[in-house]
Every structure is written in C-alpha cells, then in structure tokens.
Design a binder for this molecule. Structure first.
Ligand code: HEC
Ligand code: HEC
Length: 292
C-alpha cells in the first residue's frame, strides 16, 4: 500500500513536471500565425505588407528570431540577451506608454538602429519599403495587434536650455525617484538592487552603465533619453516614470544623465564647474518641485 502510494505521488510529480513547462510555453502554431499574413504597417506614406517580407525574414532574421518568431532561432543558445519573442508582442523601444503596443514607426526605427550591447544588428541596407514590410511581418506573429491598437505616443515638450540650476534639479529627481537603486549614484550600474534584477522571462539583466561609452538601445538623442524613462523598457525591470516625473523635471533629469556619460557634453562641463557631487543614498529624499 505504502509503496503504491509513493509510486502514485511519483507519477503525479512527473506529470506536473511535464505539463508545467508546456503550459507556460503556450506556443502559437504556424497555422494560427498564417491567419495574420495579411498584416500591414503604415509608416509615413509607405504601406508595409507582411507577405512581402517572408524572404528577407528567412534570410536575415530567422537565425535569431526563429521560424515561429518566438526568439528560438538556431543562435538562441549563444546569444545574450536573448532574441525577442515576437509572439508576446512586448517591446522595449516604444514612444507609447508602458504596457501598450509600439507604433509601426517605433519598430521601423528599431530595425534601422539595431540594439547596442546585444546581438541585434543595425539594418541600414534595407529600403524603406522592405523595412516597412518587415515591421508588418514582425507584427503578424502576435495576436495582440489583431485585438489592440498601439498606445498614443507620449508628448515631449521642446527641449529647454541647459543651465547649472537644471542639472542640479535633475540630480534631485535622480535621488527622489531612486534611479540610483539600480543604476548606482554615479550611473555605473552598481546600485544596491543591480545584482538581483531579472527580466520577465526570469533571466538576469544588468542596468545600463552610463559611464562606459555605450549607446542606449532605444536611441541616444536627448529626446530618446526622455522617452526611455517616461515609457520604460517593457519586459525588463526598467520601469516607466511617467506618473512620478513632470515633463519639465524630465528634461532636468536628461541633462543630469548626460553628466555621467563618457562623451563630451555641455552638461559634463557645467557639472565639473559646479563641483557637483553624486547623490547621497542616505540623505532624506528631496521633495518634488512645485513647477508643472
Ligand atoms: C544575430 C541575432 C539577431 C538577428 C539576425 C536579428 N535580431 Fe532582432 N533582436 C536580436 C536580439 C538579441 C534582440 C533583443 C535585444 C535586447 O533585448 O536587448 C532583438 C530584438 C529585436 C526587436 C525588438 C525591439 C524591441 O523594441 O524590443 C525587433 C523588432 C527585431 N529584433 C527585429 C529584427 C529583424 C526585423 C531582423 C531581421 C532583419 C532581426 N531582428 C535580426 C537579435 C537578432
Ligand atoms: C528597478 C531597477 C531600475 C530602476 C529603478 C531604473 N532603471 Fe533604468 N534600467 C534598468 C535596467 C535593468 C535597464 C536595462 C534594460 C535593457 O538593457 O534591456 C535600464 C536601462 C536604462 C537606460 C538605457 C535604456 C536603453 O535604451 O538601453 C536608461 C537611459 C535608464 N535605464 C534610465 C533610468 C532612469 C533615468 C531612472 C530613474 C528615473 C531609471 N533608469 C531607473 C533598471 C532600472
């Protein structure tokens, strides 16, 4: 009796073990994906057609992103961070609020820009039409686009003039919303939480190190930096701060981030003249500014 019970529980254990990974994988079938082959993209006055990108995808993208778009191409084991699983419809580089789909233009820009510090190459050789077709192709892997519209892009006010006051105010924002917990007080990716971070797939992930001269994945203009922390990188611990940072403060923060970066900038120069010190993690958090 006892041995039989034990055998049963062994069986149950094995069954749970076998079904769990299957259930969480939730693969879409080729058939399901094929139903969306009519997917389109619209970038400016160009209309992209998924079906026209099939050959380019097979030739240039499949080795990483996989036949089913699940990121499971033959290079999967060797690539870190892992290629994006397009079936999930979750993207890092967006102009749209966290949790929403990116615009076609966002994907169009990402393909041309590539993603620094990853194996995702820059694709500057495609024509705009080919790139728009690839955007439609990327979209056809996920049922999300059939049911949802992309989010409305966030509004970015015109960039103000850099001043010493703004850089100091940016440091206060950096302290108040605790960017340093992950990025470190000097932007060196060594904050107290840095070592413990994982992405939505449970894979370890590093915060961005501002001091190494690398480009942020989602662009390196001032507007790109603004967009990055106001929309977040979905699927990663890098959150959106849209609810905690006012537009004017966001520009102050962009200027402060520049002071960490290796590249020469007016901000870096001003910080040096000011003798600006890093934030003190033990000091009481500065209050939010009253300006709108
Ligand atoms: C050598 C491997 C490799 C190839 C080839 C490749 N990619 Fe990627 N791609 C990646 C990796 C890795 C990521 C994820 C990078 C990250 O998360 O930092 C990615 C991410 C993406 C993303 C998601 C961007 C976001 O905002 O999250 C898109 C879209 C994309 N790739 C499109 C393409 C297209 C289209 C092609 C073919 C023209 C292609 N990729 C070819 C490795 C590759
Ligand atoms: C909970 C941890 C965490 C906090 C808090 C955090 N970040 Fe990040 N941040 C990350 C991680 C992780 C990445 C890397 C994401 C990736 O490479 O996919 C990142 C990436 C970035 C990048 C580079 C994005 C790119 O395109 O490569 C910038 C810029 C950035 N963070 C700014 C900020 C600012 C500014 C704040 C505060 C307003 C902040 N972060 C708060 C974890 C965090």
């Amino acid at each position: 009796m006892r041995t039989r019970l034990r055998k049963w529980s062994l069986w149950l254990g094995a069954a749970a073990f076998l079904t769990l990974p299957l259930a969480s994988w939730a693969q879409l079938s080729t058939f399901d994906i094929e139903t969306r082959i009519g997917a389109e993209s619209h970038v400016g006055n160009i209309t992209g057609h998924a079906k026209d990108a099939k050959a380019d995808y097979r030739r240039y993208c499949v080795g990483c992103h996989g036949v089913l778009g699940d990121g499971n191409g033959e290079n999967f084991p060797w690539v870190d961070p892992k290629p994006r699983d397009f079936q999930l419809g979750v993207f890092k580089c967006r102009s749209t609020p966290t949790g929403t789909l990116p615009t076609d233009e966002d994907l169009f820009d990402t393909i041309a820009r590539g993603m620094d510090r990853s194996n995702m190459p820059q694709w500057s050789t495609f024509t705009k039409q080919e790139r728009a077709d690839l955007v439609a192709w990327v979209k056809h892997f996920s049922p999300r686009w059939a049911n949802e519209k992309p989010g409305a892009p966030i509004t970015i006010p015109p960039e103000p003039e850099v001043t010493p006051e703004r850089i100091k105010a940016g440091r206060d924002v950096f302290a108040r919303v605790q960017c340093w917990k992950c990025h470190g007080v000097q932007g060196m990716a060594n904050g107290p939480s840095a070592a413990t971070l994982t992405d939505d797939q449970g894979r370890p992930i590093q915060p961005f190190n501002f001091t190494e001269g690398a480009r942020p994945k989602c662009g390196d203009t001032d507007r790109d930096l603004y967009r990055i922390f106001m929309t977040g990188l979905d699927g990663t611990p890098m959150p959106s701060f849209a609810d905690n940072i006012k537009p004017d403060e966001a520009w102050d923060l962009v200027f402060y981030l520049r002071t960490f970066m290796r590249q020469h900038s007016k901000e870096k120069e001003l910080a040096k003249q000011l003798g600006l010190k890093p934030v003190d993690p033990n000091a009481p958090a500065p209050a939010a500014s009253g300006q709108q």
